[in-house]
Design a protein around this ligand. Structure first.
Ligand code: ZN
Ligand code: ZN
Length: 178
């Protein structure tokens, strides 16, 4: 039986349509049944008004409550707003590793109004696959072309592939068998 991954829009619509992401992530992760869930916006506790950003670890805590009420194994929130963790200016996303919830932000993947949908779609896909890899227990990978490589800036995201390297794929198989 395949695992289910739910995608939910957090707050107002993200910069890339959730349904397009659902199609792309389904093609990339064929072992998953990927579903689009209703939008969710009860995130006020995670907002830091002085920074104008959402604390991504607090978002994860809220999503952990939410996922209990949903009929999915994993939940990925897709946010249009900026995310941070203390000690960093921003993060592209965060996940419980391993765990059932993750969040990505599309804000910094769309650097300017000219960012075309194909570039944006490929960046969103990479970040979504990356955080899903964390939910499945994968850590960061030293291979710069692997989707599990840490993205500190957008050029890191653009450099990496949207797929797991052979080492990460092998680790995933081990994790799945356990
Ligand atoms: Zn990561
Ligand atoms: Zn890797």
């Amino acid at each position: 039986m395949s695992e289910t991954l739910g995608l939910t829009q957090l707050g107002s619509p993200a910069h890339y349509p959730i349904n397009s992401l659902r199609e792309r992530i389904s093609a990339k992760l064929p072992d998953f049944s990927v579903q689009e869930l209703p939008p969710f916006d009860q995130l006020a506790e995670a907002l830091d008004p002085s920074r104008g950003q959402y604390h991504s670890t607090r978002v994860l805590a809220i999503l952990e409550e939410l996922v209990q009420t949903m009929n999915v194994n994993f939940l990925l929130g897709v946010a249009p707003f900026d995310l941070y963790v203390p000690g960093m200016n921003f993060v592209f996303g965060e996940a419980r590793c391993p765990g059932r919830v993750a969040v990505i932000s599309t804000l910094r993947l769309k650097t300017d109004p000219q960012t075309d949908m194909s570039t944006l779609g490929s960046r969103v896909l990479k970040e979504a696959v990356h955080e899903t890899g964390h939910m499945l227990g994968l850590r960061h990978c030293p291979d710069e072309s692997c989707v599990m490589h840490f993205s500190e800036r957008l050029s890191d995201t653009d450099r990496k592939n949207d797929a797991f390297c052979s080492d990460c794929s092998a680790s995933l198989r081990v994790i799945e068998v356990e």
